[in-house]
Design a binder for this molecule. Structure first.
Ligand SMILES: Cc1cc2nc3c(=O)[nH]c(=O)nc-3n(C[C@H](O)[C@H](O)[C@H](O)COP(=O)(O)OP(=O)(O)OC[C@H]3O[C@@H](n4cnc5c(N)ncnc54)[C@H](O)[C@@H]3O)c2cc1C
Length: 441
């Protein structure tokens, strides 16, 4: 008899940890609704509650959701079911590793075992290495080695009837309602596993062929929208790669390459856990960053979509309303925060943590570092996005901007809060000072 500890893998399909738990017959399943979840934004908590609600529906009500630290919750459920082994997917982020170490220790002290099976990635972080065993620091060779390493075909779906009922002390209805009340304007996203797989299959049929040509266009709906289900583990990247692998052409290769970025960032965070807060490369002098009331006011204008730069404001309003933002626009708003407002990337990343529904620690922190020029194989700092030129190029008919900033062409819309050309020069001068300072050390 096994227990499945549910982590970022709330799905029945292609789930090796769950299959391992069910190998000798029905398994118990539990999710630990820990204190950490209470630090999440209302929209994320509400969505998580719906995801778990749906998983419970799919298993005939058997899945347990318990309040408490994973170490206490998982041990209690293992004892209740007299299970010697608990199965779970291996995490690679600092918090994920801390949690699995604590659960393993609690189980071991009671004569039980945590067995980690699979990860939320096609290739486990840390696995792709050069021939001398060291890490790839540059994305393109990493992605070639990643493809060469390859991945298994998707695992068969688990038996939804092979679950032992586990009691819950968290009301998912109530948690969803509370989360919604904290965040009343947030749009709902699909939370049922079967619907998510259907949406992906239909995207493969009817949308994917436009991906390579149109993925940078926020005005067109040409992207996969996989980031939310990937963040909660409702679909595994192996399932996605199995579908794209069967398709010829540039679109499928491009989508695979974007998934390779996801794996690259997870690999970087696994190897360099400090990257969750600290810049991997020092680029700017410490005194380059704006602080004080004016900087706070600038931050709030950015956060609320009132900068007077339509593409930046549209992105920030899309984020506030939906919990997601188009990738091209994420890059533009992030560049604006760091290089026009001269605010540290960590401040923007922290706001994204609260606002994103697809929040993923490795992807968020490392993408912010990519834009700030401080990450692994990042965009060089001197590549400063011009928010007006980006809008002209990627939203040529202004459909995206008009959708999110309805007052854009009226007197109600603010004038630009700064002169981009002038701020660009300030950022570049800071960059030169930073270089000179490091050279002189
Ligand atoms: C500042 C910043 C913060 C970000 N924060 C997050 C985050 O918290 N969570 C998150 O999932 N993504 C994050 N991204 C990456 C990217 O913007 C989103 O994954 C993407 O917009 C999601 O839309 P989609 O699923 O339709 O993407 P598609 O274009 O359809 O891509 C398919 C999948 O590929 C992966 N992918 C695509 N672009 C990237 C990328 N740049 N880096 C890593 N993986 C990528 C994602 O898993 C995505 O779901 C961030 C990007 C930036 C610039």
């Amino acid at each position: 008899m096994g227990v499945w500890w549910i982590r970022r893998d709330a799905r029945l399909a292609d789930n090796p940890a769950l299959l391992a738990a069910q190998e000798d017959g029905p398994a118990a399943a539990v999710f630990a609704w820990s204190r950490g979840v209470h630090l999440w934004s209302g929209r994320r908590r509400a969505h998580l509650a719906r995801v778990l609600w749906s998983l419970r529906e799919d298993t005939g009500g058997a899945v347990g959701v318990r309040r408490g630290d994973p170490a206490d919750v998982v041990l209690a459920v293992a004892r209740e079911h007299d299970a010697r082994v608990v199965f779970a997917a291996r995490e690679a982020s600092p918090a994920g590793i801390r949690a699995q170490d604590a659960v393993a220790a609690a189980l071991a002290s009671d004569g039980r075992e945590l067995r980690l099976v699979g990860t939320p990635y096609a290739v486990a972080p840390g696995r792709v290495v050069k021939t001398d065993g060291t890490e790839y620091k540059v994305f393109t060779p990493f992605s070639h080695a990643w493809r060469e390493h390859g991945w298994r075909i998707p695992a068969p779906a688990a038996d939804p009837t092979a679950f032992l009922p586990t009691t819950s002390d968290v009301s998912l209805d109530q948690e969803a309602a509370r989360g919604d009340a904290d965040d009343p304007l947030a749009a709902r996203h699909e939370f049922r596993e079967a619907r998510i797989r259907e949406a992906w299959a239909s995207y493969v049929e009817t949308g994917l062929d436009r991906y390579a040509a149109e993925r940078d266009r926020p005005d067109l709906d040409s992207v996969s929208h996989l980031s939310v289900p990937l963040a909660y583990g409702q679909i595994h990247p192996r399932t996605v790669l199995a579908a794209t692998g069967a398709i010829r052409g540039e679109a499928a290769r491009t989508l695979e390459s974007e998934l390779a970025w996801r794996e690259f960032h997870a690999d970087v965070l696994f190897r360099h856990p400090q990257a969750q807060r600290a810049s991997l490369t020092a680029v700017m002098p410490d005194d380059a960053w704006a602080a004080g009331p004016e900087a706070d006011a600038a931050f709030m204008a950015w956060r609320d979509g009132r900068t007077g730069f339509p593409l930046v404001d549209a992105g920030m309003r899309q984020l506030a309303a939906t919990g997601t933002m188009h990738n091209r626009v994420r890059m533009v708003v992030a560049s604006f925060l760091v290089k026009d407002l001269h605010l540290p990337w960590q401040r923007g990343a922290e706001h994204f943590r609260r606002a994103l529904l697809d929040y993923d620690h490795a992807q968020n922190q490392l993408n912010w570092q990519w834009v700030a020029g401080t990450g692994r194989d990042a965009a060089p700092f001197f590549r400063i996005f011009n928010p007006t030129a980006q809008a002209d190029r990627f939203d040529p008919d202004r459909d995206y901007v008009r959708r999110w900033v309805s007052e854009v062409d009226t007197p109600a819309y603010p004038t630009p809060m700064l002169d981009h050309a002038a701020e660009r020069e300030v950022a570049l001068a800071d960059l030169r000072r930073g270089k000179a300072g490091r050279a002189g050390r």
